[in-house]
Design a protein around this ligand. Sequence first.
Ligand SMILES: Nc1ncnc2c1ncn2[C@@H]1O[C@H](COP(=O)(O)OP(=O)(O)OP(=O)(O)O)[C@@H](O)[C@H]1O
Ligand SMILES: [Mg+2]
Length: 329
Amino acid sequence: MIEIWKMVGKIADSDATVLIQGESGTGKELLARAIYDNSKRKNRSFLAINCAALPENLLESELFGHEKGSFTDAHARRIGKFEQCNGGTIFLDEIGEMSPASQGKLLRVLENQEFERVGGNETIKVDVRIIAATNRSLLQAVKEKTFRLDLFYRLRVVSFFLPPLRERSEDLPLLTELFIRRFSRKYSKQIKGIAPKAMENLSTHAWEGNIRELKNVINSAVVLCKGDLLIPDDFESFLEARAGFKEIDLDAAGDDYYQVFTCMLEPIFDGLCHKNKGSIYDNVNMGLEKALIQMSMSKANNNQVLAAKLLGISRNTLRDRLEKYHIGS
Ligand SMILES: Nc1ncnc2c1ncn2[C@@H]1O[C@H](COP(=O)(O)OP(=O)(O)OP(=O)(O)O)[C@@H](O)[C@H]1O
Ligand SMILES: [Mg+2]
C-alpha cells in the first residue's frame, strides 16, 4: 500500500490518463479519488460514471450528451458528463464493459479532446482528465477482441494494479487496525484492538470481497463487541454470512435491514448489473416484495387478514399485490 501511495504522489500532479485494475472491493474508486484530491484539478469537478450500469445508447448520451430528437426519448438537448466536467476529472468505472462504438468515441476524446453530442454535428472541445478502472483484465479483453488495443494503450499511460487482499498479508493487520479505530469512534466504543486468535481467523479467510468485505466485517464485529478487544465470537456470524439470511444474526442487524441486504447482494451484484442493466432497481424491489408477500401468505395459511396483519399493510394493498404477482391464483 505504501508503494501505491508513493506512486500517487508522483503522478497525481500530471494530467496523464490513469488505468486502475483490481478485483472488486480492492479500493479502485478510493484510489481514483486520492489521485484527484492530489492533482492540480482538485478544485474542479470530479464525476464518476459506471460504464456497466447503462445500456450502450444511454451511456453515450450520459457521456457525450444528445441533441433534441436524436432518439425517441430525447425531448430536449442534454449536456453530457464530458461537457459538464470541462477542466475537471472523469472517473470511468468498469471501462471493460464499454461497447466497441463507445470505445471508439472515447478514443477520439483521448486523442483530440473532441466529440459530438449524440445526433449532433457540432464538434465540441473539452479538457478532461480521465481515470479509468476495471475489475476484469483488459489485456484479456483485448485478446478476446472485446476491447480495442489502441484504447488500452491510450488509457494505461499510468497504470495501477491493486492486488487482492488475500495477497496482501502484510496489509491485513494494518487495515484491520484502521477500521477498528474508525468504527470504534463512530459507535462511541473504546475498542483497543483485536485478539490474536481472531486476527488469525481473519488471516485465513479468503476475502473474495477484498477490502470492502473486511470493512463490513469489522463494522459488524465492532457493533457486536461487548469488551474492549474484538474476539472470535464477534466475527462468527459475519465471516460465514455470504450464504444469505440464515447465518445472519438479526438482532445484530438492528431494525433496518441494510446490512443484511448488503451481505446478500454483494456477492451477486456484478452479476445483477450484467443481467439487468438499467432495470436493477425495479427487478430487485419487485422480487423482494413478491417474496415477502408469498412467504407471509404461506405462514398465514393463505388467510389474507392474517397475512396483511403480519406484514403491517392493509388488506386492500395485499389483494392488489397478490393480483400483481399472481400469487394464490
Ligand atoms: N486502502 C484503503 N484504506 C481504507 N479503506 C479502503 C482502502 N481501500 C478500499 N477501502 C474501502 O473499501 C471499500 C471498497 O473500495 P472501492 O469502492 O474503492 O473499491 P472498488 O475497487 O472500486 O470496488 P468495485 O470494483 O466493487 O467497484 C470502500 O468503502 C473503501 O473506502
Ligand atoms: Mg468501484
